[in-house]
Design a protein around this ligand. Sequence first.
Ligand code: TPP
Ligand code: MG
Length: 552
Amino acid sequence: MTIDVATGIARIIKQEGVEWVSTFPVCRVNNALGREGVPFVMMRDDRYAVALADAFSRINAGSKIGVCTFQGGVNAAGLQVAYAGMAQAYEDGSPVLCITDGVPIGATENSQFDVTASLKSVSKWYGYLDKPERLPEFMRRAFTMLRSGSPGPVVLAIPDPDGQYDEMADPYHPVQGWKSAPNPDDVDSVVDLLLKAQAPLIYAGEGVIYAGASAELKEFAELANTPVVTTLKAKGAFPENHPLFVGVRGDQVNEYLNKSDLILAVGSSLSPGRFAHGIPNAVNKTIIHCNVDEIHINKAYPTAAALIGDARFTLQALVKQLSNKTSGGGRPPGNVAVEVKSARDGAMGKYREAMASNDMPINPYRVYAGLMEVLDPHNSFVTHESGNTRDQLSTVYDTLVPRGFLGWGNVSSLGFSLAATLAAKISFPQKSCIAVTGEAGLGYMMGNLEVALRQQLGITVVHVSNGGFAGYGPGFWGDGHDPFTHRVIGNDEIDMSQVIGSLGYHAERVTAPSEVGAALKRALAANETGQPAYIEFICSQYPIYGGWVGRS
Ligand SMILES: Cc1ncc(C[n+]2csc(CCOP(=O)(O)OP(=O)(O)O)c2C)c(N)n1
Ligand SMILES: [Mg+2]
């Protein structure tokens, strides 16, 4: 049967298990998707169309693939805005499928903005469908890359959605994706190095979550009696109430990164970034690097030994070999757990105090404590924004299961938390889903707040309203780092709960610390009915949190 390309795309993504597509109009494949019964979640701008699908892929660790469409081709207005979302997905390695209009044959080289170059710069693979009958091939390749190897976005540019092809000539079968396991000899060498180390440390990255390897990480850490730190993006890969959990950030993480003589990184690129720890004094440490992609090996630090492969197979192999070499006993326990507890307790003291604070304006840590009191850690989703909420929540928010908290941002683009929270609610309707934001993140998300109402997605936006941009350090204000770009209309001049309440949100403004928990409970009760909520907590400017450890 002859069909058009856009109809073919709709049918193939349904075969691949795609349940909905996020979009911002127009994209020339959209009508066929609609006709074929693919539901849309229509966002209010193109960046958020990408971000929703990106977040969906992240939250489901690639076991479900987010798909988005946006305008491209000769009128690439949509693409120019979507580019921000794509760059973020590419930076963070998110396996999202982006479909856009391709520049038609005969219309290339006419615009100032180079559509092809831009899309190639933010994708694991860019496919330009130059013949309709190649659609099954392109879709197979797309889903192979989305489900195998290092995760990253795939872009399909469709120059002629009306082009006809024979659906039966090359019938489509879904693609499963493939994984690889490390070389057994390399596993053996790594276990030898581990057994020689005095003070090893596991440095776990988001690859553990993508591999579904949290149980294996726990088993390995316990057998190796080795403490664990996780990256921001891997927060939750290791249960944070475990005696071997050191932290994501804070003085105790600093202490462990400094004092360890062996770092076993698994599922992390170890790239020196703004929102990641460096490895101090790395030349005097043994660095073992387990990653799905060799591109990261010997990148930032000389690698003593590497295991290339899927994190789950890697950890399973390590458990087996360590167990073989120690007759099942593993590394001796020593005082490891006691030392971790004392380092953690020492470092967390000042935050625990802030979490109990009765100060007015409310200490932001009191809000985070409220979230921890009110939420079921096994049945909730919390995410941060760029700014203090990222830095503070990643220091103190206890996460017990993967994606109970979504840490994001090799670079963190303001506004992503709303997309993440909507994607979490779509993925897990029974979970309480909360975005914690400051003023700047809220500004980015304003137009898209309508989506939660229209889609009846009962999410909560918690606004840590501190009257300004705190940003990265001591704040933009006063003697802070950017005092000339600090002032916005503050919470003393505008009541955002009135603004957002008029949209139809359950909205409250909270000034008393004693009201934090009760207000959150009311928000969650509204969420149960499908109504989104916004709570503005009038907070102090309190730019205190765990730092990132430098490299030297
Ligand atoms: C898209 C984007 N542009 C710029 C930045 C730089 N930036 C990081 S934090 C921040 C201000 C954050 O202020 P606010 O939202 O009030 O959060 P607070 O730190 O006060 O909680 C800015 C401008 C960014 N992260 N993302
Ligand atoms: Mg602020």
